[in-house]
Write a protein that binds this ligand. Structure first.
Ligand SMILES: Nc1ncnc2c1ncn2[C@@H]1O[C@H](COP(=O)(O)OP(=O)(O)OP(=O)(O)O)[C@@H](O)[C@H]1O
Ligand SMILES: [Mg+2]
Length: 402
């Protein structure tokens, strides 16, 4: 594009027909008008937290369910409604919502308590005080400002992974010293195994109540998408069958509403780039492929060198063989290329672990094959479409400096 054409380009860009009416409705930060298929969960959470409004301490609550099942949405909705009534009735309720995945908020016990203090409107140095002292400040704020404090720790597994599980125990223990205020904790997680690892004391203090969010089925995802479409797209832009297939894609692994909404957004963008007036199934398929490609590339980029090297071997063998590969073959090749790559060869056992990880990330598929009295072996195949093979190989060569 010549420089002098840029103004023209921008003007065209502005007047260009867009398929979207309100694209923000498909962004992650958007709060939908309606929450469908979560009445039961909303009622449960509301019932558990309602005592706040009578200035009684509710039970601590643990909410879990797979990603994109509406946990954060439901929690935010219920707390907003509680605050509305609390304001009207002048009940002293404070609600602090923290996403523990965010850096510098929940990496250490100190940081978390400091953040809580800040949320309550007081300052505290970012480091330097003994942790006990920070707890003391927090305690004093609560005693000087009587309230029912609800602390929502979203993605709590991240907090416990980084800062340990004592923190939950310590937080709940403050209650026995507090006279004017009480603390209730809501933990939210999409990791179902994380509670297995934590101290039973901590687990039971958090799990006084539990609400489980089941994955949506394809029909439920369809409803969510239809509702979202009416705000996000102009009228009659989405062709018949698109919503259904989009929901089917999303429900393939588990019903993840976030993934479904993202897919629809990308399908809209694909159609728009082609200057089409409607979004049809081919746009959706293209969007699905694009998202999958981005995902695979992201995972590969973040793998350690050893893992990238193992994957590179699989790709090279597959290019020639075009069928399933035995782990033995991969290991032989891996040992050979380690020298060129300046890598210290790992044991076959460690490479097996690495392959299991790549399987978990959905980059490869491995299948255990019994060889009768010769024991068992694993057969490996690539989990991404072979149309991506060349691109992935190039990426790995870049990453490994080949
Ligand atoms: N029942 C629903 N109705 C409308 N939109 C929904 C519904 N459930 C989820 N969504 C939308 O799907 C996306 C994911 O929902 P949410 O963030 O609540 O999932 P989550 O369970 O917290 O997932 P994660 O475990 O990954 O944090 C959000 O954009 C949300 O608005
Ligand atoms: Mg969430």
């Amino acid at each position: 594009m010549a420089n002098n054409n840029l103004v023209g380009f921008f003007k065209d860009y502005l007047t260009e027909d867009t398929l979207f009416q309100n694209k923000k409705a498909l962004s992650t930060s958007y709060t939908p008008q309606e929450i469908s298929h979560r009445d039961k969960e909303i009622d449960q959470v509301a019932g558990i937290l309602a005592p706040l409004l009578k200035y009684d301490k509710p039970s601590n609550l643990f909410m879990y369910g797979k990603t994109g099942t509406g946990k954060t949405l439901v929690m935010k909705y219920v707390t907003q409604q509680i605050l509305k009534v609390a304001e009207e009735k002048k009940t002293a309720i404070q609600i602090i919502y923290l996403n523990c995945k965010l850096k510098r908020i929940a990496d250490t016990e100190y940081r978390l308590i400091a953040q809580l203090i800040r949320e309550m409107g007081k300052e505290v140095p970012p480091t330097g005080l003994p942790t006990d002292e920070v707890y003391n400040i927090f305690y004093k704020i609560l005693e000087n400002n009587p309230c029912m404090l609800l602390i929502v720790l979203d993605e709590i597994d991240q907090l416990i992974k980084k800062a340990g599980d004592e923190i939950i125990y310590n937080l709940t223990r403050i209650n026995s010293d507090l006279k004017e205020s009480q603390i209730t904790i809501v933990g939210i997680s999409n990791s179902l195994v994380f509670t297995d690892g934590i101290d039973p004391r901590v687990k039971s203090s958090l799990n006084e109540e539990e609400v489980v969010f089941p994955p949506y089925n394809a029909l439920q995802i369809q409803d969510i998408l239809k509702e979202r479409c009416t705000t996000a797209f102009k009228k009659d832009v989405i062709k018949e069958g698109v919503i259904e297939k989009c929901a089917a894609y999303a429900a393939r692994e588990h019903g993840d509403a976030r993934r479904a909404i993202e897919l629809l957004r990308v399908a809209g963008e694909v159609a728009e780039r082609k200057k089409k007036k409607v979004v049809d199934i081919t746009d959706l398929d293209e969007a699905e492929e694009k998202i999958e490609k981005d995902r695979v590339i992201d995972v590969i980029k973040t793998q350690p060198k050893q893992s990238q090297a193992a994957l590179y071997c699989i790709v090279e063998i597959f290019e020639v063989k075009r069928k399933k590969i035995h782990t033995g073959e991969i290991y032989e090749k891996y040992k050979n290329i380690c020298g060129n790559l300046n890598l210290r060869p790992l044991t076959q056992r460690r490479i097996s672990d690495i392959l299991a990880e790549l399987d978990m990330f959905g980059i490869i598929n491995s299948q255990v094959i019994s060889k009768g009295r010769y024991g068992r072996t694993k057969e490996i195949s690539l989990a991404f479409s072979t149309s991506m093979l060349t691109k992935i190989k190039k990426l790995l060569q870049q990453e490994l400096g080949i």
